[in-house]
Ligand binder design. Structure first.
Ligand code: NDP
Length: 469
C-alpha cells in the first residue's frame, strides 16, 4: 500500500499516526492510507492561517499573483506524478486526469491576472466616496471527489489572490491529490497561508462551525450544503455553495442530429457523468427522438470503460460504492417502470465500481431517473411534442445549475435559453465554463458564484470609504 501523504500545517508536514484507507475505485479495494486529522489539528491549521493572515493580506496584488504563477509552474512540472495519484484515487483515465490538471493550471494563471476593482461613486468638492474590497480572513475550503484537483484550485486560488489564508479539506474519498497540490503550493507561499487537513466524517462539520473561520467555500451535494449553511449561521460565516444540479437540455425540432449527437454525448458522459453541470435530462422533440437516441446509444456502446491503468480507457468507474449503488438503483427503477435501455443498463459484475455508459428512453418526469441527480453514466431521454411544455418540465426542478437549448435557429434558441431557470444557459453546448465568466447555481443549486471578478469578490468584504471635504 502507498505511503500516506502528509497534511501541511503552518508550512510544515505534520506526522499523524492515525490513518484511514483510500479506495481504488477500479478495484474496490484500498490502495493507500491517508492521515486522519483530529479537531486539534484543525485548530492548529486555523491558528496558523490566522497568524499568517495580516502579512498575506498586506502583500501587494502583484506579489500574490507572482506566487500563484509560481504554483502553476510547480504543478506543471509535477503533473505526470499528480495525474497518477488523481487517477488512482478518483478512477478517471490518465488522459482525463492530465486534462483536469491542465485546466487547473490554466485557472491558476487566469486567477493570478484578476484584480479587484476600486470604484469611485462620487467625487466633488464636498465628498469623495470610494468602494474598496478587503480580504475576509481565513477561508475553509471543502471539496468533493469528482474533480478534486480542479475544484480545490477553484476554491484556493481566488481566496489566496484576494488576500485570505486557507484551510482546505478534500473529500475523504479523494484526499491524496489535494495533499500533493497543497505541498507543491507551499513551496511558494509563506507558512500558514495554505494549510490542509484530511479526515473522515466530522472534520468538515467542525470547520463550518469553527469560530476562527470567516468563510466557507463548498462544492458538493445540496443536503450537505444545507447542513453547512445552518452550522455556519452561529458565526455568520460568508458562504459560497456550489451544489447539485439536474441539468435539462431541450433539443428543438430543427436541430442537426448528426452535429449535436457527439457534443451531447461528451457533455452527458464526461467524467462518467460525475460532474455537477453535466447534462442529466435530455428532452428531445418527437420528430428527432428516435434518430438522436440511437446515435447517442451507438456512441455509448462504442465507448471504452475501464481502469486508468489501461491507456485505451476513455471512461472510468464510479468513484465510490455509494454512488455506484445509487446509479444501479436508478437504472433498476427505470427498468421496473418501463424504461427501454438502448445502451448499458446494468453492471457486468466485474471488480470495481464500473457501470457501462447507459442510454434509456421511454422514461418521463415523475420517475427517479429523471427527477433525481444521477451523478453517473446514465442518460434519460424524454420525448416531448410541445416546446413550452418541455421548458416548463425543464424548469420544474428544485435545482437550477445549468440548462441548454439545441437548435439550428440561434436567435430562437437564445430566447428560450434565457427562460431556463438556471445559473448558466448554453446554446448548442452544455457544461463548458471559462475562468472569466461567473458560474453558480440558481434555486437550490447554490449560493454565490465562482470565477472572474465576480468569483474573486466572493472572497472579499466591500468597504465604503467616505471622505468629507
Ligand atoms: P458530500 O456533499 O456529502 O461531500 C462533499 C464534501 O463535504 C466532502 O469533503 C465531505 O467530507 C464534506 N462534508 C460532508 N458532510 C459535511 C458536513 N456536515 N459539514 C461539512 N462538510 C461535510 O458529497 P457525497 O460524497 O456524499 O456525495 C453525495 C452526492 O453529492 C452525490 O451523489 C452527488 O449527487 C453530489 N455531489 C455533487 C458534487 C458537485 O460537484 N456539485 C460533487 C460530489 C458529489 P467527507 O468526505 O469527510 O464526508
Amino acid at each position: 500500500m502507498d505511503e500516506a501523504q502528509s497534511v501541511i500545517i503552518d508550512g510544515e508536514k505534520v506526522a499523524i499516526a492515525e490513518t484511514f484507507e483510500v479506495i481504488d475505485p477500479a478495484r474496490g479495494e484500498p490502495f493507500a492510507r491517508c492521515p486522519a486529522a483530529t479537531p486539534a489539528h484543525l485548530d492548529a491549521a486555523v491558528a496558523a492561517a490566522r497568524r499568517a493572515f495580516p502579512a498575506w493580506a498586506a502583500a501587494s496584488l502583484d506579489e500574490r499573483a507572482e506566487r500563484l504563477n509560481r504554483i502553476a509552474d510547480a504543478v506543471e512540472a509535477d503533473k505526470e506524478a499528480l495525474a497518477v495519484l488523481l487517477s488512482s484515487e478518483q478512477g478517471k483515465p490518465r488522459a482525463s486526469a492530465l486534462g483536469e490538471i491542465g485546466a487547473a493550471i490554466g485557472w491558476m494563471r487566469a486567477t493570478a491576472a484578476l484584480r479587484p476593482p476600486v470604484e469611485v461613486i462620487q467625487d466633488d468638492d464636498k465628498l469623495r466616496i470610494e468602494v474598496h474590497r478587503k480580504p475576509l480572513g481565513v477561508v475553509a475550503s471543502i471539496t468533493p471527489w469528482n474533480h478534486p484537483v480542479l475544484i480545490a484550485t477553484w476554491h484556493i486560488m481566488p481566496a489566496l489572490m484576494a488576500g485570505n489564508c486557507v484551510v482546505v479539506k478534500p473529500s475523504s474519498f479523494t484526499p491524496l491529490s489535494t495533499l500533493r497540490l497543497v505541498e507543491l503550493a507551499n513551496a511558494h507561499l509563506p507558512p500558514g497561508v495554505l494549510n490542509s487537513v484530511t479526515g473522515e466524517g466530522g472534520l468538515g462539520r467542525a470547520m463550518t462551525g469553527h469560530p476562527g473561520i470567516d468563510k466557507v467555500v463548498f462544492t458538493g451535494s445540496t443536503p450537505t450544503g444545507r447542513n453547512i449553511m445552518s452550522n455556519a449561521a452561529n458565526t455568520l460565516k460568508r458562504l459560497t455553495l456550489e451544489l447539485g444540479g439536474n441539468d435539462a437540455a431541450i433539443v428543438l425540432p430543427d436541430a442537426d442530429v448528426d452535429a449535436i449527437a457527439p457534443v451531447i454525448f461528451a457533455k452527458s458522459f464526461g467524467n462518467s457523468g460525475q460532474t455537477c453541470a453535466a447534462l442529466k435530462r435530455l428532452y428531445v422533440h418527437e420528430s428527432l427522438h428516435d434518430a438522436l437516441a440511437e446515435k447517442l446509444a451507438a456512441l455509448a456502446r462504442a465507448a471504452r470503460v475501464g481502469p486508468a491503468s489501461d491507456p485505451e480507457s476513455q471512461f472510468g468507474p464510479l468513484q465510490n460504492k455509494a454512488q455506484f449503488d445509487l446509479v444501479r438503483e436508478l437504472a433498476d427503477d427505470a427498468r421496473a417502470q418501463g424504461g427501454k435501455f438502448l445502451a448499458g443498463g446494468a453492471a457486468n459484475g466485474e471488480k470495481g465500481y464500473f457501470f457501462p455508459l447507459t442510454v434509456v428512453t421511454e422514461v418521463s418526469d415523475g420517475m427517479r431517473i429523471v427527477d433525481e441527480e444521477q451523478f453517473g453514466p446514465i442518460l434519460p431521454i424524454i420525448r416531448y411534442s410541445d416546446v413550452e411544455d418541455a421548458l416548463a418540465r425543464a424548469n420544474a426542478s428544485e435545482n437550477g445549475l445549468g440548462g441548454s437549448i439545441w437548435s439550428s435557429d440561434i436567435k430562437r434558441a437564445e430566447a428560450l435559453a434565457r427562460r431556463l431557470d438556471c445559473g448558466t444557459a448554453w446554446v448548442n453546448d452544455h457544461s463548458s465554463i471559462s475562468p472569466a465568466a461567473p458560474f453558480g447555481g440558481a434555486k437550490q443549486s447554490g449560493i454565490g458564484v465562482e470565477f472572474g471578478h465576480w468569483g474573486l469578490e466572493e472572497y472579499m468584504q466591500v468597504q465604503t470609504v467616505r471622505i468629507a471635504r
